[in-house]
Each structure stands twice: as C-alpha cells, then as structure tokens.
Design a protein around this ligand. Structure first.
Ligand code: SAM
Length: 294
C-alpha cells in the first residue's frame, strides 16, 4: 500500500553529505539486500507522512486489508484469535496488531523500519487507544524491529502470522519470508497476507482513466526501482499469481483461499493509484489465506 513519489528520498555520498540529484525510476534488477536497505530508509523517511495521509482511513486499532477498505472485523480471515499467539510482520504503525490484541490475542508487531515502529509507539500513547484501553484493550503492543526475511523468533511460536500489504511486495526474495513464516508457525497455524493484486503491475500507477490502460507486461517481473545517483532508494517486486502460489507451496504452506476484494461503492477515497475509478474495473488487492499443515 505504498504510493511512492519520486522526490521522497535522500542519498548520501561517500563523504556522508547528501547527494543532490534527481530520483530516477526504472525497471531494473536490484539485489535482495540493496532492496531491503533502500526500503528501510524509504519507510523511515516516509513514516510520518504515510500516517498523516492514511492514518484516519486505517484507524488506529483496525485491521484494514487494503485501500478497498475491507476489514478483518467483516472478513474474519484470521479465524478465532482469542488467546492466540499472533505475529504481525510489515506492521507499519501496527494498527492491525492493535485490533487483534483488542480481540483477545497476544500480539507481537514487527517491521523493518524504526520510523514506522516509532509511529506505532506514538499511537499507543494516543487518546484514541487510551479510550480503547478503558474497554479492556491492551494499550502497548510489544514491537520488534526486524526484517521479515529473518524473524528473531523460535520455531513454532505463533498460531497466526499476518501482514496487510507489508513485506512481500518489497522484497526480492519473498520465498525467504514465507519460509520464515512457516518456520515460526505452529502446525495447523494460519498465515494471512494481503499484497497488491498482480494485475496492477500492467497498469500505470494513476488513479484516473490513464490508470486503466495496460502498458506493461504481466509476465515481466523486473522490479520497479527508484534510485538516486545510481543507488536504490525504493523498490517494489512483482510476482504473477502462479509464481506467488508456488512460493507459498514451496515454503510448506497450504493455500486455502485467495480473496480479490471488490471496491465498495461507499469507498470514495483515493490511495496512490488505487481509486473508485480503477476499483470499479480492476482488482487492487489479493489476500492470501494459508495454513501450516499439521
Ligand atoms: C504499505 S506499508 C504497510 C504497513 C501496514 N501493514 C499498513 O497496513 O499500513 C509496508 C510496510 O512493510 C514494511 N516492510 C518493507 N519491507 C520489509 C521487510 N523486508 N521486512 C519487514 N517489513 C518490511 C515497511 O517498513 C512498511 O511499514
């Protein structure tokens, strides 16, 4: 759920001084570690703006699966969470984790970006969550800064792992993330992930009519990379539907459902390239529901 613009990042030269140059957006290869490094800096930099722009839409203690506005409180994709050990990865400001904690789970929220987690901690101290706490919610979530590709948790320590538009689209090696998810899940545990719908890749990231004209190959999985002075500052990675399915299966996860939420009539908001105009015609989000057999 990013809406990357091309002015947001700053690169630093070998002397540690900012390099003043144009951000260049291109489809090109980027190494897995370079991609993670770029995205960590990008989300650190963007954390406050992201919250200012999307915080009200997301709600401070709601699990919203995507810009369509579909909520866990309606879909119940995580199953019965009461008393469960739940891990959120790519949590951002952990709005989803906070919702799940309110419904009775023990939740740990994680993200690559310290900036996003700082925002999570700021929300924990906010009036809206204090108010929720009076109704029995847990106001302070455990937060852990880590890469979804290397989860610092023991094998089989969670019943549920989830992410709303976090991690998978931002890494060059999502099979590593899914292997980690399978490892930390208990047998019978559930993994639920929303990602950009692969169809979006073919269309310009434009919320208006221009975003309805396919201009790029669905099968070209060369990453979208923004760079400053040749150094990656942001990266997004695409998988076809079949490739993503095979990543889940190879990680030892059983995919039990794949949702493609329709854009609800009542949602009149625009989020980057997501909008009612495009939502009426094209899917924007996939929600993968999987389980670890056992
Ligand atoms: C579009 S935001 C979604 C945040 C939150 N789930 C939400 O719904 O607002 C993507 C998040 O993924 C995180 N992220 C990107 N790459 C990651 C990685 N390799 N490991 C963990 N988190 C990552 C970013 O820091 C960012 O917080």
């Amino acid at each position: 759920m990013s809406d990357s613009d091309q002015t947001a990042a700053v690169a630093f030269g070998p002397d540690g001084k900012p390099v003043h140059d144009e951000i260049v957006a291109a489809r090109r290869d980027v190494g897995a570690d370079d991609s993670a490094r770029a995205n960590r800096a990008w989300w650190d930099e963007q954390a406050e703006d992201y919250y200012a722009e999307h915080g009200a839409f997301l709600g401070d203690a709601e699990l919203v699966w995507g810009p369509e506005g579909v909520r866990e409180s309606d879909l119940h994709l995580l199953g019965d969470v009461a008393g469960a050990d739940v891990l959120e990865i790519g949590a951002g400001a952990a709005q989803g984790g906070r919702y799940v904690a309110r419904t009775g789970a023990r939740v740990v929220a994680t993200d690559l970006s310290a900036g996003m987690l700082r925002r999570a901690r700021a929300i924990d101290g906010s009036a809206r969550v204090d108010d929720a706490d009076e109704k029995g919610a847990r106001a302070t979530l455990p937060l852990v800064q880590c890469d979804g590709r290397a989860l610092p948790f023991a094998d089989a320590s969670f019943d549920i792992v989830f992410s709303a538009h976090g991690v998978l689209a931002f890494v060059a090696d999502p099979h590593v993330v899914l292997a980690e998810v399978a490892r930390v899940l208990r047998p019978g545990g559930r993994a639920v992930f929303s990602t950009p719908h692969p169809m979006r890749w073919c269309f310009p990231d434009d919320p208006g009519p221009a975003g309805l004209v396919a201009t790029m190959s669905y099968w070209d999985t060369t990453p979208y990379v923004e760079s400053l002075a040749g150094r990656p500052t942001y990266a997004e990675h695409h998988r076809t539907l079949g490739a993503r399915l095979r990543e889940f299966v190879s990680a030892g996860l059983e995919v039990v459902d794949l949702l493609e939420p329709e854009w609800p009539d009542e949602n009149t908001s625009v989020w980057g390239g997501w909008s009612p105009t495009r939502g009426a015609i094209l899917p924007g989000t996939c929600i993968w529901v999987a389980r670890r057999p056992g």
